[in-house]
Design a protein around this ligand. Structure first.
Ligand SMILES: Cc1cc2nc3c(=O)[nH]c(=O)nc-3n(C[C@H](O)[C@H](O)[C@H](O)COP(=O)(O)O)c2cc1C
Length: 377
């Protein structure tokens, strides 16, 4: 860990720790991966105005996200099956690192570890779900989140139909899994990961065990994703969820207005990390449109392509209250479990702190377009 300077270094470490199909599951996205690249590249198109001699000796990165105090404007984004990156316990490792760093952790409904297990390890966490054809399942998940005092529910709207993960196709990953010689070689070359996988918790959607009748397979749960979902269903969810509600996947001002109309507390500008709609606009370029649509009626988060503290500051400067960290934390998790996520968060915190100071700010909450050179977005 001592030689890790950037999230890109953690990504390289993850590449060497994970069997290739698992690394590609994390690192890859849908179809031609145009949006995955754009999410990152478009941050690079923004440049700071460097400011000097403004007494930046004392600096604050603290803020709030939907009312919750956070030590920097970031939370962990929900990622399905991330438990498998670390012996079936990845979600707990990441949740511990997030708690120690003073930022929220969001557990995805498609996690390996259950909401109850993560709650037992770290206390209340944010919980994510997708709308499912069987609304009884949604109600069941919501009731558990209420019982475990989750303060925030994140509704993901970007996965109602599934984008084709090209790298998984090339790697021969199928549902149900089929064993090939190449896969055996890929997995055999990463014995530490395989050992942790064999001795850890079995990879499955354990949140659905007991909730769904019959055997819980990955295919059955994915088959529950409901492409007929509309804002009416979000209204229904708002009615049964008393806590804060974040709609993840809003990239357009009209959708932003609809989210506010149904009573959401925040939206996250998200294209699911490019995992489904390829050629969607990058999230940083869509952010100003969404901020205009929300028009101060709620908060705006952003996820997609955030790989540094500089990216976090750019998002805040363009109107985001905070960001959700997807792959940035997964690379750390795959590299070294809890210590790797802790490293990812400390890398981002340090970069953010330096960037806040050298753009002439002492409080990250004061970031605005004024710290950026003019850009196309
Ligand atoms: C491996 C992987 C699994 C994911 N699973 C989920 C999920 O179950 N639910 C969800 O809302 N988003 C999921 N996402 C999307 C992330 O929450 C987030 O939107 C995305 O990773 C942001 O892009 P970035 O990782 O390039 O920053 C997943 C992303 C990855 C890479």
């Amino acid at each position: 860990m001592d030689r890790i300077a950037t999230i890109a270094d953690l990504r390289e470490m993850a590449r060497h720790k994970l069997p290739r199909p698992i690394f590609d599951f994390v690192d890859g996205a849908a179809f031609g991966e145009v949006t995955l690249r754009a999410n990152c590249d478009d941050f690079g198109k923004l440049r700071f105005r460097q400011r000097v001699l403004k007494d930046i000796a004392s600096r604050s990165l603290s803020t709030t996200m939907v009312g919750q105090p956070v030590s920097m404007p970031a939370a962990i984004s929900p990622t399905g099956l991330s438990g498998m990156l670390w012996g079936g316990g990845g979600e707990i490792e990441a949740a511990r690192a997030a708690k120690a760093a003073g930022i929220p952790f969001t557990l995805g409904m498609m996690s390996v570890r259950t909401l109850e297990e993560v709650h037992e390890a770290v206390g209340p966490v944010w919980f994510q779900l997708c709308m499912l054809k069987d609304r009884g399942l949604v109600r069941g998940l919501v009731e558990r989140a209420i019982a475990l005092h989750s303060p925030v529910l994140v509704l993901t709207t970007t996965w109602t139909v599934s984008g084709l993960q090209s790298r998984s196709v090339r790697n021969g990953i199928t549902l149900p899994p089929k064993v090939s010689l190449r896969n055996l070689l890929d997995f055999g070359s990463r014995p530490a990961w395989v050992w942790r996988a064999l001795t850890g918790k079995k990879v499955a959607f354990h949140n659905f065990v007991g909730l769904m009748k019959g055997e819980v397979s990955i295919g059955r749960v994915v088959g529950e994703l409901d492409p007929s979902t509309t804002w009416k269903d979000v209204e229904w969810l708002r009615g049964i969820w008393p806590g804060k509600l974040v709609i993840k996947g809003v990239c357009d001002r009209e959708d932003a207005r609809s989210a506010m109309d149904v009573g959401a507390d925040a939206v996250s500008v998200s294209n699911h990390g490019g995992n489904h709609l390829d050629s969607a606009a990058s999230t940083i370029s869509a952010l100003p449109d969404v901020v205009a649509g929300v028009d101060g009626r709620g908060e705006v988060f952003l996820d997609g392509g955030v790989r540094s503290g500089q990216d976090v500051l750019k998002a805040v400067a363009l109107g985001a209250r905070g960001v959700l960290l997807g792959r940035a934390h997964l690379y750390g998790l795959a590299a070294a479990g809890e210590a790797g996520v802790a490293k990812a968060l400390s890398v981002i915190r340090n970069e953010l702190d330096v960037s806040v100071g050298l753009t002439g700010l002492t409080d990250v909450r004061d970031a605005s377009r004024a710290i950026l050179w003019p850009s196309e977005f």
